[in-house]
Design a protein around this ligand. Structure first.
Ligand code: FIX
Ligand code: ZN
Length: 468
């Protein structure tokens, strides 16, 4: 028998609204929705779909510790706005001196209210370190052993795995894979193609030196040889997807080496391996080269290139992140047209609460829960702590509000609904889109958590002065 559990009246535009909660459906009460969403977000471990982190087996590639946190390129860009130091003077300094310059300028002489500076504070607080003592932090990180430290960081961040960015043509990274770097279940590989697709004239000779019959103009057998190169690296890396970042001028189809290699080598290789291609579109590379890694900007792209890819290659899947705020709505429209398109993340200059909120609400309204709301893009291990804390904090009111208006419109929302949705957003949309374990030709990939939501072990964060 159904029983009315609660009735209350709320005046809205001079009318009475009755919220009826039936025992059989046990919808979460409207006032409890934020806490329910917050609880489920805390208890669901994230699969971080795009980072620049590495396991210990990849040696010095993996960055961690306070000096790396302070010299993150987001903070380097901020340094030059508040200091008289020129980039040229900065680059002459050793890493510890650079870290000290940033600490003094952005954390002592200024209040660290920007997203990137606040992140360092949140990391220090997560480890129980004083937020005003650089030397104490240095001592703490110097005393950690990396392997156990990674476990601790992942636990504090509430993530189970990080997806890497692995460039076979990186002179430091490539040989580590060729020598058989040991797999680490916490990290998944991604075959990154920027050097091949965007900088062919500088890199074709590396392929040639490894026995692939390619030439400067990508003529002759070059395309089929790149395909062979990709197949070899698919076997070696077992990547969960292939990826490339692209300029705002990206076009497809295109009479260019990139267009030729994409259509003739990359797309067939992805289709055969049944893995997506991730396209990160909208970078204006090196608008200020003096800033090095911090010198890139953003530009609005023509997303017809994405339309042409999704329509022209229905057997391929595309994860797409666009860097310009102006492209976000179009991306959602395309995702409504093409099921082989998965929008993901609020990338780089978009990863600020105000913009994340706008983009995520738009995606929820247009796509339901069929997108991947965020990736961390962490370059320094401990950044996952603040980036995922911020993402969870931003998601609480967005999801709670979506559930509130749904309940007001007549569909009570149960705790199980919330759990399932968050599971999809933070994990299984990605797992399913990547088709884990569906590729018989490739070495068995570790089966990700495909079962019903059960990975529920995020520790409650240390009491925070900032309300969640
Ligand atoms: O191309 C990318 O993967 C970008 O995310 C980075 O290269 C960029 O420098 C970055 O760190 C953005 O967050
Ligand atoms: Zn990245």
């Amino acid at each position: 028998m159904q029983r009315i559990e609660s009735i209350y009246f709320e005046p809205i535009w001079n009318r009475c609204k009755v919220d009826v909660v039936l025992e059989s459906s046990i919808g979460v009460r409207l006032q409890d929705l934020p806490a329910a969403v917050d609880g489920e977000l805390r208890e669901t471990l994230v699969l971080d779909v795009h980072t620049h982190l590495f396991p210990p087996a990849l040696g010095r590639l993996g960055l961690w510790g306070i000096d790396e946190l302070l010299t993150y390129h987001y903070l380097e860009a901020e340094l030059f706005r508040s200091s008289a130091m020129t980039p040229e003077q900065y680059w002459k300094l050793s890493k510890p001196r650079r870290a000290e310059a940033i600490w003094k300028t952005l954390f002592i002489e200024n209040t660290p209210v920007s997203e990137a500076t606040r992140g360092v504070i949140a990391v220090l607080q997560a480890f129980g370190l004083p937020v005003d003592d650089l030397e104490r932090s240095r001592e703490y990180f110097a005393a950690q052993t990396l392997d156990a430290h990674i476990d601790k960081v992942f636990e504090l961040a509430g993530i189970s795995e990080a997806v890497m960015t692995n460039d076979p043509l990186d002179p430091e990274e490539g040989p580590l894979w060729e020598n058989g770097a040991a797999p680490d279940p916490r990290f998944h590989a991604v075959l990154r193609l920027d050097r091949i697709l965007n900088k062919w004239p500088d890199h074709w000779s590396v392929l040639e030196s490894k026995g692939y019959a390619v030439d400067r103009h990508a003529a002759g057998e070059s395309v089929s040889e790149v395909r062979r190169f990709l197949t070899d690296w698919l076997r070696r890396m077992n990547p969960v997807y292939m990826a490339v970042s692209l300029p705002d001028t990206f076009a497809f189809p295109e009479e260019s080496i990139r267009g030729k290699l994409l259509s003739g080598a990359v797309l067939p290789a992805c289709a055969e391996a049944r893995i997506p291609l991730s396209l990160m579109v909208g970078v204006r590379y090196q608008v200020n080269p003096r800033l090095r890694l911090a010198g890139d900007g953003t530009g609005k792209a023509d997303l017809r290139a994405i339309e042409n890819l999704c329509a022209g290659y229905p057997g391929n899947r595309f994860m797409v992140s666009v860097l310009s705020r102006e492209n976000q709505h179009e991306l959602c429209v395309y995702a409504r047209k093409f099921a082989n398109l998965m929008p993901f993340g609020c990338w780089w200059f978009l990863n600020n609460p105000s913009i994340v909120e706008e983009i995520t609400r738009e995606r929820l309204e247009m796509l339901g829960t069929t997108f991947i709301p965020q990736h961390s893009d962490a370059r320094v291990l401990e950044q996952v702590i603040y980036k995922w804390r911020n993402t969870r904090r931003t998601l609480v009111p967005i999801l709670a509000n979506a559930y509130r208006i749904l309940a007001e419109d007549g569909r009570p929302v149960k705790r199980e609904d919330i759990r399932r949705d968050i599971w999809k957003l933070l994990r299984s949309n990605f797992e399913n889109f990547c088709g884990f374990d569906q590729s018989p030709e490739l070495p068995a990939r570790r089966a990700f958590s495909r079962n019903a939501p059960s990975t529920r072990a995020v520790p409650s964060p240390a009491p925070s002065k900032v309300p969640a």
